[in-house]
Design a protein around this ligand. Structure first.
Ligand code: FES
Length: 552
């Protein structure tokens, strides 16, 4: 009986000696490659979730895939060596991943912004207005690309730069996961492995995504790229070592402080970017704000119109590193909170990302049974972040867990779905409590440094994919967000991509963000004298009021 191989959910019989790459092609799955399976491009990485012992040992081309990063292999190198058994793997481009593409309820969008792109037509020439250079002599179309490089997901939007109209969007899972799932692991990985493997792998995936867009890639003359400081700097082949070391500065910030550059934004050409766009194309990385508060947060500020805001507003993007920005046109404070991966399902026994099969909605009925909402409506496989917030809220609401995160009845786990072996442990609550404590401490420090109360805020924007799917009631009940009325809390989805699009279609928006980021004060949480008190208090599950719970 041959080995049964499942690639991205497609099953085939695989023969001894067959590579995972060849098997994937056999079932019609195109694995990224640009070295024709020579082991050189590092793009064909797959995650083996079952039966890795039925595969040939790692080759010299796979030395960059640390075992500690997970069971990743180059599919062109890993071959079936057993006569029978089961192997399961998937490419990094998991189709069922829920990826936030759009922004919602944003005050500023590319539709409401006057078209003023950096690259324009001038007679039969295509010209970069910033430098005055001719990029091409052509009467063909002029396209631009806005890219949000997330640690977990990548989203890109293609725009016709002569009309400002979006033409297409594409998204995929960030293939850099073999270098770790959070930015600190990626920094460590990049520092330990020469050859810019993270950047090259991402460029390979992006190139394939661009090649699949419905236009000639060489008609793309301008790219605006946003992402957290690490993702952005990796793309531009900057050293990210200093972002991982106290005081957590991008090399661009350090150089700016030394007077070597006037902005933290980065630019390169199409040719140097390794993307299949026009070789003379401009590739612009938005400036970062400070430390881990990166170009994605800066893009959010464009989309919420902070430079024009008289009212006090806050932007919170909850994630492994939660970003917080508070202020208005006169004064802005920003901070990043190292919350860890718990609210993204990491470090939780039955946690998982927001994929098909994740429990995202939980209701505890009077009879003690759980009513579950599952992404994709299939059987549950685990609980994602919004499901965890719901679950904590329901346990609190029904008194089955107290504010300290202790379960009643002297039990140490809750059965969520016995048939599917899905349980929620008290130790999971501890992980979530600490992640929440870091977020709360960030909020308390930033607001206290600004000298305002939560209720002084006119709009509290919840940005990002996680914020988009949170229930306001549940989030307030457990104290993940301030106790503000519904009308003040606005869930804006992927505001970073919208901000990148704004900078793509409008030179004045680029100038706006370049000026705005220089005005932002960076709030260093760990040096605040009350940080630890705020953190300890924030670990409790109760509604969050301004500094009131911590004794002065
Ligand atoms: S296809 Fe290039 S490394 Fe495998």
């Amino acid at each position: 009986m041959p080995v049964t191989l499942t690639v991205n959910g497609h099953r085939i019989d695989a023969a001894v000696g067959q590579s995972l790459f060849a098997a994937a092609e056999q079932v019609g799955i195109r694995v990224p490659t640009s070295c024709v399976t020579q082991g050189k491009c590092k793009e064909c990485v797959v995650e083996v979730t079952r039966g890795s012992n039925l595969l040939s040992p790692s080759t010299e081309f796979e030395r960059h895939l640390d075992a500690r990063s997970g069971p990743f292999r180059l599919s062109c190198q890993a071959r079936i060596i057993a006569e029978s058994g089961e192997v399961e793997c998937h490419t990094m481009r998991r189709g069922q991943m829920r990826i936030e593409r759009g922004g919602l309820h944003l005050p500023v969008t590319h539709e409401t912004t006057a078209l003023d792109p950096a690259v324009v037509r001038d007679g039969d020439r295509i010209v970069d207005r910033t430098s005055g250079e001719t990029l091409e002599c052509s009467s063909g179309p002029i396209h631009g690309l806005a890219i949000d490089l997330g640690t977990t997901t990548i989203v890109a939007r293609l725009v016709d730069l002569e009309t400002g109209a979006p033409v297409a969007e594409t998204s995929f899972e960030n293939p850099q996961r073999f270098g770790g799932s959070d930015v600190m692991s990626r920094i460590h990985y990049d520092t330990q492995h020469p050859g810019r493997l993270l950047m090259r792998t991402l460029a390979g995936y992006l190139s394939h995504a661009i090649a699949e867009l419905p236009v000639d890639p060489r008609s793309i003359y301008d790219v605006v790229l946003v992402g957290n400081s690490t993702m952005r700097d990796l793309f531009f082949r900057q050293s990210v070592y200093s972002i991982g070391q106290n005081p957590y500065r991008s090399i661009t910030e350090i150089e700016m402080a030394e007077g070597k550059r006037s902005t933290t934004s980065l630019t390169t050409t199409g040719r140097r970017s390794l993307l299949p766009i026009h070789p003379n194309a401009r590739v612009y990385g938005l400036p970062i704000i400070s430390g881990h508060v990166g170009a994605d947060a800066a893009a959010c500020l464009l989309a919420v119109g902070l430079a024009h805001e008289d009212r006090l507003v806050a932007v919170m993007d909850i994630g492994t590193n939660t970003e917080l920005i508070v202020g208005n046109r006169d004064r802005i404070l920003a901070a990043s909170c190292p919350a860890g991966p718990a609210f993204e399902g990491g470090a939780i026994a039955c946690g998982m990302p927001g994929l098909e099969g994740a429990i995202e909605d939980v209701r505890l009925e009077d009879d003690g049974t759980f009513r579950l909402g599952v992404i994709g409506d299939g059987p549950p496989e685990g609980i994602c972040g919004s499901g965890l917030v719901d679950l904590l809220s329901e346990l609190l609401r029904t008194g089955r867990m107290n504010a300290l995160g202790r379960f009643d009845d002297e039990i140490d786990r809750m059965t969520i779905d016995a048939d599917r072996d899905i349980y929620f442990f008290e130790r999971d609550v501890n992980e979530l409590a600490q992640a929440k404590g870091a977020n709360v401490a960030g909020l308390q420090v930033v607001f206290s440094q600004y000298g305002i109360q939560f209720e002084d805020i006119a709009v509290f924007y919840l940005a990002g994919g996680f914020g988009r799917h949170l229930k306001k009631d549940a989030s307030r009940r457990i104290g993940l967000i301030p106790n503000l009325p519904d009308a003040k809390i606005v869930q804006v989805g992927n505001a970073a991509l919208e901000g990148a699009t704004l900078a793509l279609v409008s030179r004045s928006r680029r100038q706006e963000i370049e000026a705005l980021v220089k005005k932002i004060e960076h709030c260093r949480l760990e040096t605040h004298p009350r940080f630890f008190d705020f953190f300890v208090d924030g670990c409790q599950f109760r509604p969050l009021e301004s500094g009131a719970q911590v004794n002065e």
